[in-house]
Design a protein around this ligand. Structure first.
Ligand SMILES: [Zn+2]
Length: 63
């Protein structure tokens, strides 16, 4: 598992969130995973694996 960095906007603690109402696409991918800052509610956007959510989130740190 990749390390989840702190929020690039406010430095708050980030966590993985799973959208239980997400639907599968035609490829069978479940677009339910996102990383959300617990302080300012910034998000990475939805992805279909937790790892991809973390990657998307960590990319935000470097402009
Ligand atoms: Zn934040």
């Amino acid at each position: 598992m990749v390390e989840l960095k702190s929020c690039p906007f406010c430095g708050g603690e980030a966590q993985i969130s799973t959208d239980t109402e997400a639907v599968k696409d035609t490829m069978g991918r479940f677009w339910a995973y996102t990383v959300v800052c617990s302080r300012c509610c910034a998000t990475s956007g939805l992805t279909y694996t937790p790892d991809k959510a973390i990657e998307a989130w960590n990319r935000r740190e470097s402009k």
